[in-house]
Design a protein around this ligand. Structure first.
Ligand code: NIG
Ligand code: FE
Length: 422
């Protein structure tokens, strides 16, 4: 049934000219329409504008088969797009959380076989159905928190069978949840135990066995490598990306989280859709990104959780770059998929203006997952993924009141409060 949302106090993130991303000073521009309406038909945004310019057929819509929502005092936002998550995982790692509070570092925990390898062990012991059941709980949670599109990585399998298990679970989520899903193969997340002294062999396994089968079963859209100190070198990253590209997988990279790894430059060289983390990056990385179409994607939740230095969002935007924000939802460095908190951290920790942070979790984050032509803003013909807030004084209240639940009604593909799988 068509949906008409009317008397909206502020319709946020509207686009007349479809913009695929916002760069530099454009990030501070947040188009919005006061006292407005949105009309949704066949899962798409079909019309929007000012209430006093609403076409006659919509004014009369209460006579037709249309669901009408009065949003007086409330705001409508495009759903969050979360372009970097590891939401498919087994169990949890609160023990390591406590170990870090006692003084161990993330790297020390990883060296002792904890961290990613700990999650890989748990995932190996978990059946595919159970993995789906655990993951869909988190998917339903992020839908309730306003996320309408999510990128999900493999990378807790670290052998062909378990990587495939993860990717099949991602595909099942794609088929059963109402939000948009993109899938990323991250076999190069860590070197697994059996290959500890033969890392070259693990890289060969990724290149010669995993990538071909994943590509032939069309299980991934993107390929990622944890290109950082203690994980994968520049050289290894290049080999893996080239193999993925050969099979049509577009690169996205983890880099510059632990050290100034040179990963940003590699990402740019291979035309990565995004380079993510970037806590340890500076003028050289900004320079490299300025010459590219690659989206710097920052993960303030994991910087907060691991007490890392904050990534240089302000410097990037001031230099003319776009910035996207993502949750990095995973059991080790960011056990939260709350994109509204991520947006607030963008303001609080990264010094982004409310307008910049909102663009960073909508249009720019849609770009970082390759969907900004269909998601990430309120534009005619885009997928009707949006939410209605509770009553608020202004849109800046949304990142400001960071602990309050301010989302009232979720709409995905034109469905109000979409049914949750399970
Ligand atoms: O993005 N940095 C690499 N990967 C994840 C963490 C994975 C984990 O600790 O399980 C991240 O932070
Ligand atoms: Fe990550």
């Amino acid at each position: 049934m068509p949906v008409l949302i009317k008397n909206i106090k502020g319709l946020i993130g509207t686009d007349d000219v479809a913009m695929l991303k916002r760069c530099g000073s454009e990030m501070a521009i947040l188009n919005s329409i006061p006292v407005s309406y949105v009309y949704i038909e066949d899962e798409k945004i079909s019309d929007f504008g000012r209430m006093n310019e609403m076409p006659e057929n919509l004014v009369q819509s209460h006579f037709h088969d249309t669901e009408i929502i009065d949003a007086s005092g409330k705001f409508v936002f495009p759903s969050f797009c979360d372009p970097h998550t590891h939401i498919v995982y087994a169990g949890s790692r609160e023990q390591e959380f406590a170990d870090r509070i006692r003084g161990l570092s993330y790297e020390e925990i990883a060296r002792r076989g904890g961290g990613i390898l700990n999650s890989a062990k748990k995932l190996h012991e978990t059946s595919e159905d159970e993995l789906f059941d655990q993951s869909i709980i988190r998917i339903n949670e992020i839908i309730g928190l306003g996320t309408g599109a999510v990128e999900i990585k493999s990378g807790y399998g670290l052998n062909t069978e378990d990587e495939l298990k993860m990717l099949r679970v991602i595909r099942r989520i794609k088929g059963s949840a109402m939000l948009e899903v993109k899938s990323t193969f991250l076999g190069a997340h860590a070197v697994p135990e059996p290959f500890r002294n033969e890392r070259k062999k693990y890289i060969e396994l990724i290149i010669n066995e995993m990538i071909p089968v994943i590509a032939s079963e069309e299980l991934a859209d993107y390929i990622d490598v944890f290109c950082d100190d203690g994980f994968f070198t520049i050289d290894e990253t290049e080999q893996i990306l080239m193999a993925g590209i050969k099979y049509g997988l577009i690169p996205k990279l983890h880099s510059n989280e632990i050290g100034n790894s040179g990963g940003v430059q590699v990402g740019v060289k291979y035309n990565a859709l995004s380079v993510d983390h970037l806590e340890r990056s500076g003028a050289d990385e900004i320079e490299a990104l300025l010459d590219s179409e690659t989206m710097p994607t920052l993960l303030p939740g994991s910087a907060l959780f691991l007490r890392l230095p904050d990534p240089p969002a302000r410097k990037m935007i001031d230099a003319g770059l776009p910035v996207a924000l993502a949750s990095d939802f995973n059991p080790g460095s960011s056990p939260s998929g709350n994109m509204r908190l991520v947006m607030s951290l963008g303001c609080i920790r990264l010094n982004m203006l409310p307008e910049e942070a909102i663009n960073a979790v909508t249009i720019n984050s849609a770009y970082a997952m390759g969907i900004s032509d269909t998601h990430g803003s309120i534009a005619k013909g885009k997928v009707a993924n949006l939410f209605i807030t509770k009553e608020m004084p202004s849109y800046s209240f949304f990142p400001y009141a960071f602990g309050s639940n301010l989302i009232d009604t979720i709409i995905l593909k034109g469905r109000i409060n979409p049914p949750t799988p399970l």
